[in-house]
Design a protein around this ligand. Structure first.
Ligand code: DSN
Length: 478
């Protein structure tokens, strides 16, 4: 590759865009400047490689490709077949899965595909059998009523939202909460850890069709062997949503009992978090569920996004290289250094630390809500997001937590020394922010007081911390 290839590619792309709508070109340039200038600690974000980004900006976007490789509802899909097959092959090899479905547009979509596949596989219903794509026209009105009744009775057991579970695991703001009769398992109130005996007890009482493991804000490993045993003991299908930690599985940081792929019947993920690919989703499963999973489009999904599947193939190829394992293990070392730095300065952390990519700070220890802390940090050049903590008295909107994660900063090359410096900046801001009041003098859960001079100083220090770790160093937009 020529030394200026990346700069030339992005500069030329912006020039072409600018000729049509300069404000879009400006916004793209501004986004790079913002990302370069801030400490990005959002646990679910990362920086995809230039090759991954460039694989998305092309004429694959113009192609319809409903169906699967070699069995499309549209003609002329030979090149889409090539990239979809490549992405699936890389995913199978990387994760040791029998089958990979790379069409989901997001994690929610991947979970819906999995839910449908499990329902179609497990629910004994003649109406449901007919509801498969090719027989759907045979459904009578009575069949539809029966189908809705039968599906409506199904049960799901997943991790509770305030313990770190995800909306799509059966919670009301997501369709899964309306599709399934849902119950959740939480964490031990003293340790903050999953109590597997309590999960087993909940499974015995509730008899779910689907037991879901996976999280978006739990800072610890999950023992998937034990979870599978629990699922088997009640005849449930065991599903793992590894969206947050797929990069740690790919990089062989989570192995044995902590690798979900050999233990789960079906695994879903996003591709853009710790896995560092394009924004999208994916489903892995064994041969038993493969046919149902492959019906994802058009059963659940809109037309596949061939340009994103091309980018998935590129990113998955990158994740198969030996340096990805090194990256994945540094994500965890960095998260632990960040946690240690925060603890040493007196911060309160859910579970007292981390063994994955994220740390959950209970900011009630600083007398703040998550909303106040999130905004004060943002004013200071530190991008995080607020998150509920277990049994959160402030609910899911204001929250009492701040979730921080290391996949993005690790991609930039920051290490444990910089994580300690980051902990210092976070602690400085949080310890010097105070809750604000509403106009009528009552305490506010959103307003806060932070000296702007301090916010500016921390912002500058955050910028200095990043100077030695340029983002997209080979991309100069001029
Ligand atoms: N929105 C993602 C996260 O931030 O964890 C999960 O869907």
């Amino acid at each position: 590759m020529s030394p200026n290839a990346e700069s030339t590619a992005f500069r030329s792309a912006l020039e072409v865009i600018r000729a049509v709508e300069p404000r879009v070109a400006d916004a793209i340039g501004a986004e790079l400047a913002d990302q370069r200038g801030s400490l990005k600690l959002i646990a679910s974000e990362n920086y995809a490689s230039p090759a991954t980004l460039l694989a998305m900006g092309n004429w694959f976007s113009d192609k319809y490709a409903e169906g699967t490789v070699g069995r499309r509802f549209y003609a002329g899909c030979q090149n889409v077949d090539t990239v979809e097959a490549l992405a699936a092959e890389h995913a199978r090899e990387l994760f040791g899965a029998a089958h990979a479905y790379v069409q989901p547009h997001s994690g929610i979509d991947a979970n819906l595909v999995a839910f449908w596949a499990i329902l179609a596989d497990r629910v004994e219903s003649p109406a449901l059998r007919k509801a498969q794509v090719r027989q759907v026209n045979e459904l009578t009105e009575a069949d539809w009523f029966a189908l809705r009744r039968e599906l409506g009775d199904q049960r799901m057991l997943g991790m509770s939202l305030d313990a770190g579970g995800h909306l799509t695991h059966g919670f009301r703001p997501n369709i899964s909460g309306k599709m399934f009769d849902q119950r959740s398992y939480g964490t031990d109130p003293t340790t903050g850890l999953i109590d597997y005996d309590r999960v087993a007890e909940a499974a015995r009482e509730f008899r779910p069709l689907i037991l879901v493991a996976g999280y978006s804000a739990y800072p610890r490993k999950v023992n998937f062997r034990i979870m599978r045993e629990i699922a088997d003991s009640v005849g449930a299908t065991f599903m793992v949503d590894m969206a947050h930690f797929a990069g740690l599985v790919a990089g062989k940081v989570f192995t044995g009992d902590f690798d979900p792929v050999p233990h789960a019947h079906i695994v879903t993920t996003t591709t853009h978090k710790s896995l560092r690919g394009p924004r999208g989703g994916m489903v892995l499963c064994g041969p038993e569920l493969a046919d149902q999973v492959d019906r994802g489009c058009p059963m659940v999904l809109g037309g596949p996004l061939p340009h994103v599947m091309a980018a998935k193939a590129v990113a998955l190829a990158e994740a198969r290289r030996p340096d990805f394992a090194d990256y994945a293990s540094r994500i965890v070392t960095n998260a632990q250094a960040l946690a240690d730095g925060l603890l040493r300065r007196g911060a309160k952390l859910v579970t007292g630390g981390t063994d994955n990519h994220l740390v959950l700070i209970d900011v009630s220890g600083y007398g703040l809500t998550g909303r106040q802390a999130e905004q004060a940090l943002l004013d200071s050049g530190i991008v995080t997001n607020r998150n509920a903590v277990p049994q959160d008295p402030n609910g899911a909107w204001y929250t009492s937590g701040i979730r921080v994660g290391t996949p993005a900063l690790t991609t930039r090359g920051l290490g444990t020394v910089e994580m300690d410096a980051t902990a210092e900046l976070i602690h400085t801001v949080l310890s010097q922010t105070t809750p604000g009041a509403n106009a009528d003098g009552t305490p506010s859960k959103a307003k806060y007081v932070l000296d702007p001079a301090l916010a500016d100083k921390v912002s500058r220090q955050a910028g200095e911390l990043l100077t030695g770790f340029p983002l997209y160093p080979a991309v100069d937009l001029g």
